[in-house]
Design a protein around this ligand. Structure first.
Ligand code: RP5
Length: 166
């Protein structure tokens, strides 16, 4: 049986909803503890955030949908934490003009203390930048997000703001 599509008005309502300033993604439930310091830091700074578990490899469509609509909901910065072949931050960056901060995470399956995730996050091809904090540096990701938000301005595409190409 085909999946029922949402009513068009429900879709419009979703876009009109005021989203959190920071969207945090992790690739697995197993990353939750490692990303917690980012949530605590944002709370302490009074910055709204949401946390979603979405894997670039296991749920690529979910990642695409979230990343490509985040700016429409008012989100201004994205933090993406993942371990191993950490494609999540890069895939998120490919679907949005919002700044993306990657957090390389360690897991029981990491190799070289998380170097696998570091390389996956920093070795982005030209034109699709992703910021990268230290291994398990989720608190720093939140502080960097706060600094970006402190610059003011609207989301990319707002009249008068530079576009991604400028
Ligand atoms: C990555 O693989 C996740 O971000 C996590 O760090 C790692 C292991 O995931 P699980 O097998 O624990 O779900 O995609």
């Amino acid at each position: 049986m085909p999946e029922e599509s949402p009513h068009p008005l429900a879709v419009i309502e979703e876009f009109e909803a005021v989203g959190p300033l920071v969207g945090i993604l992790i690739g697995s439930e197993s990353d939750r503890d490692a990303i917690e310091p980012a949530c605590v830091e944002l709370d302490e700074r009074g910055i709204s955030w949401e946390l979603k578990v979405l894997s670039a490899h296991r749920d690529p469509r979910g990642v695409a949908e979230y990343a490509s609509t985040a700016a429409l909901r008012g989100t201004r910065v994205l933090i993406a934490g993942a371990g191993m072949a950490a494609a999540l931050p890069g895939v998120v960056a490919s679907y949005t003009d919002l700044p993306v901060i990657g957090v390389p995470l360690t897991s029981s399956k990491s190799v070289m203390g998380g170097l696998d995730a570091v390389l996956a996050i920093v070795q982005m091809p030209p034109g699709v930048p992703v910021a990268c904090v230290s291994v398990n540096g989720s608190r720093n990701a939140a502080i960097l997000a706060a600094k970006i938000l402190a610059q003011g301005g609207g989301y990319p595409g707002t009249p008068g703001r530079p576009t991604a190409e400028q």
